[in-house]
Design a protein around this ligand. Structure first.
Ligand code: SAM
Length: 302
């Protein structure tokens, strides 16, 4: 596991190189597959066990060319976090009874596939990403172009008018406007931390608009956090972001609540980075390595 801190948004992506000597680019031969990853690729994607790693590595190379996010370089997209999430059981029951889920900044939309593999009707599940290339590659990774009935939008979280369905139900160009405000669960993994404080706040307010306007709607995810919360300058990205701990994250959501006239229960915990992740961050000379952590959260509308 490594940090997604240096990740950028569309405007600056061209400036970011695809150098495979980046500390967060793990060579294919170092890929280790968890039992669940092997299981889903064998039984959902229908790839023989001895071909799974080669398939993943091949698609990962293409994704790295779309944009070299750390989660692509270090194979963290194989981490199907939803199945270990405290809301997994709740998610299954909400989504089995017709609730809707949106994977925001979905990239490979691995959690969406894990939900389908767990028996959720895929038409209730949506993905959205700024980069259509990632959405296309998600179908290549999971080989489910003929079976998946989910709809994927290409869109920029800061401008709902950009949300266009590009896979799934593409016949209704106004689909996003119809489901906006009707989503029960949003997954926002390694997403809000991409943005500087002002944009992070705007993006969170947009998330509130996408979620169902009812108690019980949920945003779940995790992102880079800090045991000493505050502004951090990311030299690779040439900008500043705010690294939260559970307390500042609660305060952030109180402000989002005030701005959107909503109230949120924020459950969050900060997990230590493992020593090998810290070493990889030292190699790219990121600041505040010792105090970084993973902020995991479930935010529920009251
Ligand atoms: C660090 S990746 C995380 C991917 C995925 N959520 C995961 O955890 O594996 C961030 C994703 O957000 C997308 N993204 C970045 N800026 C965005 C924006 N303004 N609107 C929508 N998606 C955006 C990127 O294209 C990328 O797929």
């Amino acid at each position: 596991m490594a940090d997604d801190g240096p990740s950028l948004t569309a405007s600056s992506s061209e400036a970011h190189d695809r150098d495979r000597s980046h500390a967060w680019y793990k060579p294919g031969e170092k890929l280790e597959l968890s039992p669940y990853t092997l299981d889903i690729f064998q039984n959902y994607t229908q790839i023989p066990a001895d071909q799974v790693a080669a398939h993943i590595i091949r698609v990962r190379e293409k994704a790295w060319e779309v944009y070299p996010y750390p989660c692509i370089g270090n194979f963290r997209f194989l981490d199907f976090a939803i199945i270990e999430s405290p809301i997994f059981t709740t998610a299954l029951s909400k989504l089995k009874s017709g609730g809707k889920y949106l994977d925001l900044g979905c990239c490979f939309a691995q959690d969406l596939r894990a939900l389908v593999y767990a028996g959720i009707p895929s038409e209730n599940l949506y993905g959205a990403d700024l980069q259509s290339g990632f959405i296309d590659l998600s179908y290549e990774l999971f080989k489910d172009g003929d079976s998946l009935k989910s709809t994927f939008f290409k869109g920029d979280i800061f401008d709902f008018s950009t949300f266009t369905p590009i896979r799934g139900n593409t016949s209704d160009q106004t689909l996003f406007q119809k489901i906006k405000g009707d989503i029960d669960i949003i997954s926002a993994r390694s997403f809000l931390h991409l943005f500087g404080p002002e944009q992070e706040f705007k993006a969170a307010c947009q998330i509130v608009e996408i979620l169902k306007d009812k108690p019980g709607s949920i945003m779940v995810g995790r992102q880079v956090g800090s045991f000493t919360p505050g502004i951090e300058s990311i030299s690779l990205a040439g900008r500043e972001v705010f690294r939260h701990d559970p307390q500042t994250w609660k305060e952030f959501w109180n402000r989002v609540g005030e701005a959107t006239n909503t109230k949120w229960d924020v459950q969050a915990k900060l997990l230590e980075l493992s020593p090998d992740v810290k070493d990889s961050l030292k190699a790219v000379e990121l600041s505040n390595i010792e105090t970084r952590g993973w902020l995991e959260f479930v935010i529920t509308r009251l």
